[in-house]
Structures are given as C-alpha cells and as structure tokens.
Write a protein that binds this ligand. Structure first.
Ligand SMILES: CC(C)(COP(=O)(O)OP(=O)(O)OC[C@H]1O[C@@H](n2cnc3c(N)ncnc32)[C@H](O)[C@@H]1OP(=O)(O)O)[C@@H](O)C(=O)NCCC(=O)NCCS
Length: 171
C-alpha cells in the first residue's frame, strides 16, 4: 500500500521507532488488549519490543499488507493501529484489523480507517474478500465491521480463540 494513505480526517502511515510511547496507550491498555489475542504490555519497554516485532512483521508481508499507525490528519495525534494482512500471518484469507487508544473511541475513526483499507484492498490490491475476526462480546468492533459493509458469517477458531467471522466480498 502506498503510504501515507489519507482519508477525510485521518492518515495511515508506516510505524516509526518513536511511536512506542504513544502506542503504549494501545498495547498497554487492558481495555483494548482484552479484545485481542495478546495480553497488555507491562511497560513502554515491552511495547517498544512489540512495536519492533510489528514493524518486522510488516516488512515480511507481501506488498500492500501490514500493520500501520493511524493518526489525525490535522494534528498528527497518534490514535492507534490499523492493518490489512493474511489471517494468522499465513492466509489465504485477508483480515482487516483496528485497535485504538480508548480516549479516542466513539468518533468514527476506526470505521473511517477500515473503510479506506477495504476500498484500497478491493481496488488497487484486487482482493476478492476481506474478513474481520471478532470476539462475540466485542460489540464496538462488530458495529465497525457492519458499518464497513461486512456481514456476519458465523463462528470460527483463529489465533487460539473462538471468534466471529465478518466478511465482505469484492464489489
Ligand atoms: C473497536 C474499536 C477499534 C472501535 O473504534 P472507534 O473509533 O471507537 O469506532 P467507531 O467510532 O468507528 O465505531 C464504534 C461504534 O460502536 C458503537 N459503540 C460505542 N460504544 C458501544 C457499546 N458499548 N456497545 C455497542 N456499540 C458501541 C459506537 O456508537 C459506534 O457506532 P455508531 O457510529 O453507529 O454510533 C475500539 O473500540 C478499540 O480499539 N477497541 C479495542 C480493540 C478492538 O476491539 N479491536 C478490534 C478487535 S476485532
């Protein structure tokens, strides 16, 4: 994906080493991480290591896939992480993902970013199908997936968790 990718209010850009402190609001938050397969980082140092692994993961992906920083266009304020990548790192399905700092929830940012990733995925990347894998109790994320035109397909086992698959096919 040619980054940065801009939407009306947001910018999706590659991670930088300096993002660790801001990213700790996401990776260090029990409120965020309870909806992911990973436990919260215990301190910024652990988030820094996790950021390095995330950047290495992105570097290994085929072009257009990875995990990136999401920020506000106007102020460059760090909001969280979004991504588009092969499920469990191996595919063949492709998933869209989003994790934002709790203080910025409820402004429609995740929906705006995920819509841009889907548009890019179905457009430039010519993907046939994108999924979102969501814990059943995660109503916020389920709302985001629905607002992005993804529909509930049913339960599935991914990342060692019982998740719901939401999916959207290429137009
Ligand atoms: C899921 C997440 C990314 C959503 O971010 P966000 O920017 O707040 O999302 P949006 O504002 O675009 O949409 C959230 C929707 O959930 C709704 N919502 C808010 N609180 C809710 C609640 N308690 N129950 C149900 N829906 C809720 C909002 O009203 C909004 O829908 P609306 O625009 O129709 O009103 C964010 O909550 C998050 O980071 N959660 C933790 C990590 C996570 O769950 N990631 C996804 C893993 S599958």
């Amino acid at each position: 994906m040619p980054l940065p990718l801009a939407t009306e209010r947001l910018v999706i850009r590659p991670y930088r080493d300096e993002d660790a402190a801001a990213l700790h609001e996401v990776f260090g938050s029990p409120e965020v991480m309870k909806w992911t397969p990973s436990p919260p980082s215990k301190d910024v140092a652990e988030t820094r290591e996790r950021l390095a692994r995330t950047m290495a993961f992105t570097a290994r992906q085929p072009p257009g896939f990875g995990l990136w920083a999401l920020e506000l266009k106007e102020s460059a304020e760090f909001l969280g992480q979004v991504g588009l990548f092969p499920v469990e790192g191996k595919g063949p399905e492709v998933e869209v993902a989003y994790e934002l700092a709790p203080r910025v929830w409820g402004h429609g940012y995740a929906t705006e970013a995920a819509r841009a990733l889907l548009e890019y995925g179905f457009g430039e990347m010519a993907l046939r199908r994108v999924v979102a894998l969501i814990l059943p109790a995660n109503t916020r994320s389920r709302t985001v997936a629905s607002k992005c035109g993804m529909t509930l397909e049913g339960p599935g086992r991914f990342y060692g968790l019982d998740l719901l698959t939401y999916a959207r096919e290429a137009p």
